[in-house]
Design a protein around this ligand. Sequence first.
Ligand code: FE2
Ligand code: FE2
Length: 257
Amino acid sequence: MKVHRRCQPASGGDPDRMEKIVETKINEVANGIYRLSTYVPDIAPPAGFTFNQFLVLGDEPLMFHTGLRKMFPLNRGALSRIIPPERLRWIAFGHFEADECGAMNEWLAVAPQAQAAHGQTGCMVSLNDFADRAPRVLNDGEVVDLGGGKRVRFIDTPHTPHGWDAGVLFEESTKTLLCGDCRSDDIAIEDVFKYSCLNPGMGATIRGLSNLAPRTLALMHGPSFTGDGAAALRALADDYDRRVLGQRDAVQQSAAA
Ligand SMILES: [Fe+2]
Ligand SMILES: [Fe+2]
């Protein structure tokens, strides 16, 4: 699915030569799990920024992240190359934020059987009001059987990497961790965006995820990782511990000054 978008030239120039292409690419990151990936060059240039949604097939297909509301036409077009959008049954995401769930109600409108599913905090704080249909409340560790051999487990990860409603999904048959904004691919990017809610519990939370021994880490804003997911997550946990301890030291120095 491609959308040709006319961009304003920075200073003069021929607008016709400034046209950029925003395209949603599809690839299968694990058996029956598809990534819908949109690269936007104008966000955080010159590197640009990528938004990924994941479709888990099954008798009851599930999409993890809805994408931004303004990207809905792109993502609907991409999804329709895999399944009819009206077949969607579950809409899940990591936390309440525009790129994670901005298009939730657009998806609920095109898929009459679909229901948002999220943890207790997210439903209580946001979805009970925001979602056009009542959400399914998932307890920490609760499993949703999608049929077709696919089972996803919801795991609460409060404030990790951000959002008190934060959680991840683990697809058990493929050992795929849908881990949202956890950037195990490029830990240093925290230095640039400072998107994480640094807190003493996050290293332990991420080490807990490493115990799942995921084979694939499906990242929202980076490439999907296939390999020793446990090691990648432990490295991420170690890095967060280092950052949290650094913050604590800074607080102590400030208090002693
Ligand atoms: Fe986020
Ligand atoms: Fe995100």
